[in-house]
Design a protein around this ligand. Sequence first.
Ligand code: SAM
Length: 298
Amino acid sequence: MTNYLNHIFRTLKSTFRTLLWLIGKPGFRMQRTQNYCLLTHPDARLNVVNIRGKLTFDSDGLATMHNCDFLRDPYFEKAYQSGQKTGSWGNANPAWRAYVGCWAAEQVKSLPGDFVECGVNRGGLSRAVVDYVNFAALGKTFYLLDTFAGLDERYMSETERQAKNPTFGGRYQDCYEDVCRTFADIPVKVIRGSIPETLLEVDTQQVCYLSIDMNCVEPEIAAAEFFWDKLVPGAIVVLDDYGWADCLEQKKAFDDFARQKGIAILSLPTGQGLFFKPIPSLSGAEDTISLTHCHQPS
Ligand SMILES: C[S@@+](CC[C@H](N)C(=O)[O-])C[C@H]1O[C@@H](n2cnc3c(N)ncnc32)[C@H](O)[C@@H]1O
């Protein structure tokens, strides 16, 4: 009991000290909105002290009070568990990001063309996607490209090399054999090696789903450029790193890419970016596409 009271006392004391420290500093700001009261200081990360309402999701850099029932759709839950089992995500819980990938795949699965992921790691997202859309029944091939051993130094920018981001050192182990096993029941082509070098091994001329997630600008832009002409009208592209605070180089490069191609990337609160390959014309019957709907929560 004494230990417990001591613990409460120490916690209150340190919270009070932090508040005093924060309030006493020049640059301290207090922001009140309808939903929360926020104390911030440029030296500190955000300090949310009072949220009015119940958070429905608080993980993976995203906190919200909005409805996210779709994450509890049993069909999605099952697919997500398959992704988690691969070990791709460590202790993280990127459920919302995985849902975006599954939703995207579901929207385009009836279009002509194959699926591609550049940056697979142990196959977390792709395994969730293939289960969600019942990929084996689609008559398509899923191309999975990765070194399967982490980032390639040769393609990293100076900023990427110096970044303290844990993805740039020691996080990845050789997982090629495991990935082959994970997708043994699916029509996949597992392509091992560094992008851009391996891009020519993708022997399809049509792609309707492209996921890019390499935490590295140069190979990501090379992949986007390589697949642009192969993307069928209405194809969807999911950029995993687009809005992450420590991936600013990717955002700038993809914004340039988007300007050149005359498209706009939708920035999602998950940190992902999303765009469609434009449909040249909707006036002729041949150009029209039909997008299917995603599974709705029951
Ligand atoms: C964040 S992980 C991908 C996570 C994966 N999408 C998932 O859902 O688990 C980034 C991956 O990109 C791969 N990668 C980084 N640079 C690469 C390059 N130049 N060529 C091929 N793969 C690369 C790494 O090996 C790593 O597996």
